[in-house]
Design a binder for this molecule. Structure first.
Ligand code: SAH
Length: 360
């Protein structure tokens, strides 16, 4: 006999349902299939929060849908803005009482003023236990539904009053461990019937789940991939990424190149967090460049953001530059990613147990 899962939460949002099924779920007669397009326009362009907002649809339908299908399932529980760089951490609450954050990264001065980004969370907690990451210390509570992933954007644009140009799955959680919900979220992000983002404006970041990277390369719409590599040999990777390193670096790179091939033209970036005395020697930089050479690979050298209770330190600025120079001298595209939002613990890897932040 099947066990009843009585307490299993399901937000039941329209945003969790693939577009192909909207007509059936909305119970539209065949002749009224065009109404799906109207609803999509209200949801993604006009940003309706309830069906009753959709003024060009029949009142009886709107009333019925409002009773059956919530359009927004998250509550915005608070926000905090960095006085230093304007980075804003948005705290959301799910219908079953979990809290998690997304991080709004404003365009940096001097760059295109309109290039704002949002770091999305894909899970509440994380099971991958990377040694340098605050999220890895938060027990996995559950996967986020696609609606809960996508709504982070809807709320963030509304609260910040800005159009978000680029989406990064770099908040809390391992996106590829929440494969199905993330896949649908990606389709909705890329679809012209949904958010309509371009391929280069969406980046999935993974600690390196090899089977899922292969799967994604076949099933997902074109998106950028960022792989958290963080080491140039398996021994060091095992120490700092004890779970993700069950797949050897060699296998991980194979999946990365497969992704690059099948997506054609998108960027595969390798994230490399520099930890003093652990993975930052010039010898390691050489080894890393040997692994990635000739593939048009990008390396994002990440400056370690301190996490309370962790033993790691960041190398000096000079040591960071020397490491990056070894890579660029050997033909690897390198960017050193400077910390953002660290004064409000909203930097990469700092999203731990949500703390109370000021209400809206
Ligand atoms: N689970 C996914 C996405 C979340 S983390 C992944 O591992 O890619 C997003 C990026 O922040 C990853 O590259 C991660 O390794 C990095 N990161 C984790 N802890 C960090 C820290 N303390 N300082 C700087 N970057 C960190």
């Amino acid at each position: 006999m099947k066990r009843k899962q009585e307490n299993r939460y399901d937000p039941g949002s329209l945003l969790d349902i693939p577009f192909g099924e909207w007509s059936r779920v909305l119970e539209l007669p065949e002749a009224e299939g065009y109404r799906v397009r109207q609803v999509q326009e209200w949801v993604f362009q006009k940003r309706a929060k309830t069906f009753s907002d959709m003024s060009n649809l029949p009142a009886a339908l709107r009333e019925k849908w409002d009773k059956e299908l919530p359009l927004r399932v998250l509550k915005l529980a608070g926000r905090e803005t960095s006085a230093r760089d304007g980075t804003t951490r948005l705290v959301y609450q799910t219908g079953d009482g979990h809290s998690f954050s997304a991080v709004f990264l404003p365009a940096r001065s001097g760059e295109d003023e309109e290039r704002h980004s949002l770091c999305l969370s894909s899970q509440v907690g994380c099971a991958w236990a990377c040694a340098f990451c605050a999220s890895g210390k938060v027990k996995l509570k559950r996967n986020l539904f696609a609606s809960e992933i996508l709504e982070q954007i809807l709320w963030a644009e509304e609260v910040m009053g800005k159009k978000i140009n680029s989406l990064l799955f770099m908040g809390m959680g391992e996106p590829l461990a929440n494969y199905n919900n993330v896949l649908w979220a990606l389709r909705c992000l890329r679809s012209p019937l949904g958010f309509g983002y371009g391929a280069r404006h969406v980046t999935v970041s993974t600690s390196g789940l090899v089977p899922q990277i292969f799967k994604l390369s076949e099933e997902a719409p074109k998106v950028n991939l960022a792989i958290s590599l963080h080491a140039a040999d398996d021994e060091v990777r095992q120490k700092i990424m004890p779970k993700a390193s069950v797949w050897p670096i060699k296998e991980l790179l194979k999946s990365a190149w497969a992704f690059q091939r099948s997506m054609g033209g998108v960027r595969v970036t390798f994230e490399y967090i520099l930890l003093k005395g652990v993975n930052d020697s010039l010898r390691t930089a050489q080894r890393l460049s040997n692994l990635l050479r000739g593939r048009g690979a990008w390396v994002n050298v990440i400056v370690y953001n301190p996490v309370p209770g962790l033993p790691y330190e960041r190398p000096s600025d000079e040591a960071i530059d020397r490491f990056a120079k070894v890579l660029s001298d050997r033909g690897i595209f390198v960017r050193v990613r400077k910390p953002q939002g660290t004064d409000i613990t909203a930097g990469c890897g700092q999203l731990g147990e949500p703390k109370a932040v000021g209400a809206r």
